[in-house]
Every structure is written in structure tokens, then in C-alpha cells.
Design a binder for this molecule. Structure first.
Ligand code: NAD
Ligand code: ZN
Length: 360
């Protein structure tokens, strides 16, 4: 058993509390990882607010980390202690019908199919003050050590800088893949991205890489526009600067609406606005943001031919694609370092969330 620090969420709506926790050794088929770094994603905030489906408290959040294998359980063959790894919040078991389908990146062992609040044997490896603590999406990266099933871990190049590639565990891969894999943006096309957080800015990068000729970035926080332009946005617009709905503004800017639109916020009204912003016939809208309530739409929006899709982690088969994404990063095919705004010591994890709330 390892004793280390972890940020525990004891109940919804409360700040995280950095505690000493015990982390049990990995059982068969599991890997214990020494986490070096973790990112903060809006999805962690959804969890802290009690808005993440099927979550259980107390829990150790975090799902965008990178680290080094500390020890392996019986039967683990794909990695060894000392290997650099990224824990995967979307596993790839390799055996379910979705894993075997080359078109799909969704694994039936994921949280949406069966909750990942405990490891597959239905026990936790975490305890604190004599209480069992739940895992989050199995990966729980807000801990100095975590235990994850082998099929939810990707081994990466030993040359990878962990403090940079940790973003590939969620935000970067999601946004970049939403453009490249889910929408399959074509060269010369027009795109609109709603929300310019880590995820939306990564969509901008994906559209640029795919050769889009016009990339319209939409956010109510104009402080996000400089970074969006640096990453490839051609137009940046703030819905609050217009009297008419933003979908009408985008439709006028482009004639008939964009070829591809993306929602990376997680609000019902912006999901509908993004859908209405792509052209009524061949437009494709990708829903990236997470919303835990229902929305109603006018079905005519789809009747004329639009396609409305969602994405999980940008459509990557995470375990096999992660090493390739890291290699592309090392070959400088994209510069995801520009997404990093602040670096804080672990004890200041709540300050990290304050920066997220403040839109910084
Ligand atoms: P973030 O909070 O960093 O960014 C959200 C951005 O949206 C902010 O810049 C904010 O100013 C902007 N915004 C808020 N309301 C707006 C409005 N009405 N109009 C225009 N802009 C508005 O969040 P993030 O970490 O980039 O995550 C974005 C979303 O993606 C979240 O809902 C998150 O849960 C989701 N997500 C989904 C997946 C997936 O696999 N589908 C993966 C990661 C994150
Ligand atoms: Zn995330």
C-alpha cells in the first residue's frame, strides 16, 4: 500500500480537499501509476457540482493525467514499471463488439455502459480515514498514485514531455478528433466553433489542420479570441455583440451556414444554435459539450438534410491512437502547448478550478 496525497471530493458542491490517501497495489490485469501531472477539464467541474451521470461520492476526480508505471498486476504484458503512460478515461478493451468495429471508438466498458466508480472487480483501490473512496472514470488523476485496468492505459514514447502530453488524455484529443475524425472536415470548407475552452480551441486546431478555409470562433469571453486567432480562427465573434441570434449572424456571414459546426460548451441553447448554424442541407454539427438535461429541437432542422452527431473523446480508439498522437506531437505536426495557460502545484488544485470559473 502506498500513502500519498490526493484531492478528494467528499460531497457535491464542496471544494476539493487534499488528503493523505492509501492506494492499494494493482490486482490482476491492473497497473499502478505514479501521476506526474494532470489537467483540469470542465467535465471535472460537472462532477464536483454533482452533474456527472452515475458518479458516486466521495470520489477522486481528474481524468487528464500523465505518469509513470510504478507496478503491474499479474498478467499485465503491455507495459512495465518505468514506462511513461497516459491513463484513458475511455478504455479500449479490444474485445467488445464496438472495439472490434473499426468505425467505432466507444468501448462497452466505458462509464456510459457500466459505471467506472469502482474497478472491474467492484472494489476500490483508494481509502482515506478508513473510508472507501470512489474512482472517477477509473483514472482518478487528482492523486499522486492511481490504479487503472491495463486496457485503460496507453504506453507512450519515453521522449514525451508528460507536462505537455497530459492534455491528450482528454481536452486536446477530444477537440482535435471532433474535427478530424467525427466531422471529417474537408479542405476549403467553412467551420464554426462554439466555446473556446481547451476543447473548443483544440477543435480550431483540428479544423486548421484539416485545411478549412474559414474558421469562425464563437465565445462570450472575448479574452479567448487572441489564442483562437493564433491557432487558426479567421473570425471571432461574441454573441453578446449582436441583437439577432448568433445562428442568423453565422448564416449571413457564410451565405447558407457553415459546412461544419461544433458545440464545445455544454448548454442546450448553444447546442441548438450550433445545429442551426450549419447549412440546412449538407451541414454537419458535432455535439462535444456535455449536458445532463434534455433539449427539444424543431425537427425541420434535420428534415432538410443536416447531420447532428456527437463525439466521445474525438473518435480516437484511445489505446491504439494515443502513441500515434504523441508521435505527431513530437514531430511538431501541431502545437498543443499553446493550450496551457497556467501551471500550479498540486496543493493549489482549488485555485485551478477558480481559474476555470474565471474563464482564464
Ligand atoms: P471550458 O469551460 O474551458 O470552456 C467553455 C467555453 O465556453 C468558455 O470559453 C466559455 O466562455 C464559453 N461559453 C460559455 N457559455 C457560452 C455561450 N453561451 N456562448 C458562447 N460561449 C460560451 O470547457 P472545456 O474544458 O473546454 O470543455 C467544454 C465542454 O466539453 C464541456 O461541456 C465538457 O464537459 C465537454 N467535454 C466533452 C468531451 C467529450 O468526449 N465529448 C470531452 C471533454 C470535455
Ligand atoms: Zn475531459
Amino acid at each position: 500500500v502506498i500513502r500519498c496525497r490526493a484531492a478528494v471530493a467528499w460531497a457535491p458542491g464542496k471544494p476539493l480537499s487534499v488528503e493523505e490517501v492509501e492506494v492499494a497495489p494493482p490486482k490482476a490485469g491492473e497497473v499502478r501509476i505514479k501521476l506526474v501531472v494532470t489537467g483540469i477539464c470542465r467535465t471535472d467541474e460537472h462532477l464536483l457540482q454533482g452533474c456527472f451521470p452515475n458518479a458516486e461520492f466521495p470520489v477522486i476526480p481528474g481524468h487528464e493525467g500523465a505518469g509513470i508505471v510504478e507496478s503491474i498486476g499479474e498478467g499485465v504484458t503491455s507495459m512495465n514499471p518505468g514506462d511513461k503512460v497516459i491513463p484513458l478515461c475511455l478504455p479500449q478493451c479490444g474485445e467488445c463488439s464496438f472495439c472490434q468495429n473499426p468505425q467505432s471508438n466507444f468501448c462497452q466498458k466505458s462509464q456510459i455502459s457500466e459505471p467506472q466508480n469502482l474497478l472491474p472487480d467492484k472494489t476500490s483501490r483508494f481509502s482515506c480515514k478508513g473510508k472507501q473512496i470512489h474512482h472517477f472514470l477509473w483514472v482518478s488523476t487528482f492523486s499522486e498514485y492511481t490504479v487503472v485496468p491495463e486496457y485503460a492505459v496507453a504506453k507512450i514514447d519515453a521522449a514525451a514531455p508528460l507536462d505537455k502530453v497530459c492534455l491528450f488524455g482528454c481536452g486536446f484529443s477530444t477537440g482535435y478528433g471532433a474535427a478530424i475524425n467525427t466531422a471529417k472536415v474537408k479542405p476549403g470548407s467553412t467551420c464554426a466553433i462554439f466555446g473556446l475552452g481547451g476543447v473548443g480551441l483544440s477543435v480550431v486546431m483540428g479544423c486548421k489542420t484539416a485545411g478549412a478555409s474559414r474558421i469562425i470562433a464563437v465565445d462570450i469571453n472575448k479574452d479567448k479570441f487572441a489564442k483562437a486567432k493564433e491557432l487558426g480562427a479567421t473570425d471571432c465573434i461574441n454573441p453578446r455583440d449582436f441583437k439577432k441570434p448568433i445562428q442568423e449572424v453565422i448564416t449571413e456571414m457564410t451565405g447558407q451556414g457553415v459546412d461544419y459546426s461544433f458545440e464545445a460548451i455544454g448548454h442546450a441553447d448553444t447546442m441548438i444554435a450550433a445545429l442551426a448554424s450549419c447549412n440546412m442541407n449538407t451541414g454537419v454539427c458535432v455535439m462535444v459539450g456535455v449536458l445532463d438535461s434534455k433539449i427539444s429541437i424543431d425537427p425541420t432542422l434535420l428534415l432538410t438534410g443536416r447531420t447532428w452527431k456527437g463525439t466521445m473523446l474525438g473518435g480516437w480508439k484511445m489505446r491504439e491512437c494515443m502513441p500515434k498522437l504523441v508521435s505527431s506531437y513530437l514531430e511538431k505536426k501541431f502545437n498543443s502547448d499553446l493550450l496551457i495557460t497556467h501551471t500550479l502545484p498540486f496543493a493549489e488544485v482549488n485555485e485551478g478550478f477558480e481559474l476555470l470559473h474565471a474563464g482564464k
